[in-house]
Ligand binder design. Sequence first.
Ligand SMILES: Cc1cc2nc3c(=O)[nH]c(=O)nc-3n(C[C@H](O)[C@H](O)[C@H](O)COP(=O)(O)OP(=O)(O)OC[C@H]3O[C@@H](n4cnc5c(N)ncnc54)[C@H](O)[C@@H]3O)c2cc1C
Length: 283
Amino acid sequence: MQTDAVIVGAGPCGLFAAFQLGMHGLSAQFVDTLDRPGGQCIELYPDKPIYDIPALPAVKAGELVERLMTQAAPFKPAFHMGQQAISLGRLSDGRWSVATDGGLDLQAPVVVLATGGGGFTPRTPPNLARLEAYEGAGVRYAVRRLEDHASERVVIAGGGDSAVDWAIALAAVAAEVVLVHQREEFRAQPHSVACLQRLIAEGRVRRLTGRVVGLHGEAPGLEAVTVKARDGETRVLTDRLLVFFGFVMRGGPLESLGLDLVDGLVPVDTGRFEQAARPVRDW
Ligand SMILES: Cc1cc2nc3c(=O)[nH]c(=O)nc-3n(C[C@H](O)[C@H](O)[C@H](O)COP(=O)(O)OP(=O)(O)OC[C@H]3O[C@@H](n4cnc5c(N)ncnc54)[C@H](O)[C@@H]3O)c2cc1C
């Protein structure tokens, strides 16, 4: 896929870069491992006030991200979420190529690495036998395109913003949505929780209090999961298990991109803040 600029990382810095690129007439495509833009602000502290943004005496991190999205919106950036950039290479015509673990190959003259403190990797459900065999197919940690789940039976595990928001969105397209959460309460925006409760009352989302303890079917395809509740175990027929248990930050995202690092930092030509012209890898 060709574009003017690829931005790796849709945190606050990446989002502002999309605005700046737009001001120069360049359109941008984002790649981020998270399922929504906002980086640390959205994943780690959306409701915490921030006091050090110029001209905004106090703003919640979630609102800051909304404002950055609004600022970049006129330039129509594209978002490829739930994908990790896994390699960076130089093409023979001088452009860059960014490959993702979701099979995308984005080519552009400009790559902005706004990878912050590191890549986020999804927290996996503990003690689930043969989990790896299902990952990427029957079990996923992100929704890349809502349409991928049209007419599917989906089990969602989790009780935070991502689990609640995706349960609401998927209720509109999936054949069945079952939301499995260990606690009675959800840890999500009150408006989203109210919307979810309505869908549960209308029978459009089924809610189970418990946790997923077993996966069934010929991997990587999934046929059913076992949910353990206080009063026993239930087998739920399903095509997909979507796990939203949050993310953990792992350092060193730049190393995996094959960059020349000095003490973990990227040496740049400070005139242009570009890395030295040496190709990372010739393709
Ligand atoms: C609890 C907490 C409170 C904070 N409070 C404040 C505050 O009050 N004021 C303040 O100024 N700062 C605060 N910070 C720091 C601030 O959040 C960070 O400085 C800021 O988020 C950095 O923005 P960024 O866009 O550079 O990176 P990040 O927000 O880290 O975003 C980087 C993005 O890149 C993605 N990414 C990384 N590698 C890859 C890859 N290989 N492929 C695809 N995607 C990738 C990640 O998934 C992530 O979404 C706080 C941080 C924390 C944890």
